[in-house]
Write a new protein. Structure first.
Length: 255
């Protein structure tokens, strides 16, 4: 493997690793931030609905289940944000659903009750049979400091996931193009940097073939490592030429 190829590969590999790490960092940060915003938005809406429902049952806790069908959900906010809501009892049974949920079935909604009964929020994502993605965020429902059930927010996140997927594709495409360009530029720079070495090699071969010690390496950049090598090579040729000429004079004088 030539030095030029090694330099090109090292340059490309270094830049490629840097770009990949940068892309992974950007994507991870963007995904985490997007997920945080989605969950915070869903949590806020769930708590607002839970507060509104709790106010409707203040002082009337015993008839919670029998009157659950008459619970008022803030439909305007739900329709505006394309979010559905449902009211659960402590066993996970659905007591009330917002109208905009329609016939959508929410899988695994009862699994959230383990955390709800412990007084904690619960969240999970699922993908429906038609490929739509949803975030299900559940918060406890307290009435007069007594846990009566939970409020679940069902928020579609397909658009957000599509945007995140698109960003991922752009990052992959950009990284690939950058690595290819880095390989081309690296090969060009390596060729230019090692061009004086080729000149030294060609000069040495020319001297060997022609037996002409008067040839010298013409490299103007004496400040670089290659320039100093060429200067040292020229100085060595001067000494060899002087010694060879002195030997020829000695042979001539003896003759």
């Amino acid at each position: 493997m030539t030095i030029r190829l090694r330099l090109t590969l090292w340059y490309t590999a270094l830049l490629g690793i840097t770009l990949i790490l940068f892309s992974v960092t950007v994507y991870s940060a963007l995904a985490a931030n997007l997920r945080y915003q989605l969950e915070q938005s869903a949590a806020l809406q769930a708590r607002n609905i839970a507060a509104a429902v709790a106010q409707q049952f203040q002082g009337d806790v015993l008839v919670f289940r029998s009157r659950a069908g008459n619970v008022f959900f803030p439909q305007v906010e739900l329709f505006a944000s394309s979010v559905g809501a449902q009211l659960l009892d402590t066993e996970g049974n659905v007591l009330k659903r917002s109208e905009n949920l329609g016939d959508i079935l929410i899988p695994h909604h009862t699994e959230a009750m383990a955390r709800i009964n412990a007084g904690l929020d619960d969240r999970y994502y699922y993908i429906s049979s038609d490929g739509a993605a949803f975030l299900v965020y559940t918060v406890p429902l307290f009435v007069n400091n007594q846990l009566m059930g939970a409020v679940q927010i069902i928020q579609p996140v397909t658009t957000a996931l599509t945007a995140l997927t698109q960003v991922n594709r752009y990052l992959i495409l950009g990284t690939t193009i950058s690595i290819v360009l880095a390989a081309i530029v690296g090969a060009f720079l390596a060729r230019r940097a090692l061009a004086p070495i080729d000149t030294i090699t060609e000069t040495a071969n020319a001297i060997t073939r022609a037996h002409d010690l008067s040839k010298r390496i013409d490299i103007r950049d004496n400040a670089s490592e290659v320039g100093r090598l060429a200067a040292t090579f020229n100085a060595m040729l001067d000494r060899i030429q002087q010694l060879f000429q002195a030997q020829e004079r000695l042979i001539g004088d003896v003759s």
